[in-house]
Design a protein around this ligand. Structure first.
Ligand code: 5GP
Length: 196
């Protein structure tokens, strides 16, 4: 891959660990960063809008995009839904020197690590105290089918076991999301010091 001057921050961690909340807080504070929207084949949740949290597309469209090499990475997450980060937006932003922030599952992180040069990539894993706590958070987000909940908890156990593969780990204790946001901000600001 040709030389890039920007930095891609990957926020990794189980479903319900607070990645979305951290990114929303960053979006509010750091308007100059780039926050790419991924593509998914999962159903919209209540209060979600197409083009806000994701581009919601059919499996057929997703497969066409795979064939056209549109993704930097894609993965099947929690049983049978596809999620993918669009290549062009991220690569262009990094070439232009931007700070890019995106959440991905652990598979996405491993795939991106093989493509994006070491000096342009920082990974931050969000840990949670235990799976019971995580279950509570997922249930609080809205209605979820029991099988889907189980898939998410199974994935969480696997993801937590790989937390050490990321550059940084932050702890999201129940009710202390602000501390977690501050930790992520600090990591980003230290990592981009000198870049701006
Ligand atoms: P959710 O359905 O809760 O929005 O996301 C499910 C999981 O998919 C989360 O762990 C989330 O970080 C991950 N995810 C979101 N976007 C992407 C993506 O573009 N690629 C990959 N590999 N995972 C993603």
């Amino acid at each position: 891959m040709e030389k890039m001057s920007g930095k891609l921050f990957l926020i990794v961690g189980p479903s319900g660990s607070g990645k979305g909340t951290v990114i929303k807080a960053l979006e509010k504070k750091f308007k100059g960063f780039v926050y790419p929207i991924s593509y998914t084949t999962r159903e919209l949740r209540a209060r979600e809008k197409d083009g806000e949290s994701y581009h919601f597309i059919s499996k057929e469209k997703f497969k066409r995009m795979i064939a056209e090499d549109d993704f930097l990475e894609y993965a099947i997450v929690h049983s049978d839904n596809y999620y993918g980060t669009a290549k062009k937006e991220i690569v262009e932003a990094l070439k232009g020197g931007a700070v890019v922030v995106r959440e991905v599952d652990i598979q996405g992180f491993h795939a991106i690590r093989k493509i994006i040069p070491r000096e342009n990539l920082v990974s931050i894993f969000m840990k949670v105290p235990n799976l019971n706590d995580l279950k509570g958070r997922i249930l609080m987000r809205g209605e979820i089918a029991p099988e889907e909940l189980q898939h998410r908890l199974d994935s969480a156990a696997k993801e937590l076991a790989q937390a050490g593969d990321c550059d940084y780990q932050v702890h999201n204790e129940w009710g202390k999301i602000k501390i977690c946001v501050a930790q992520v901000e600090k990591i980003i600001l230290e990592e981009i010091d000198g870049l701006y």
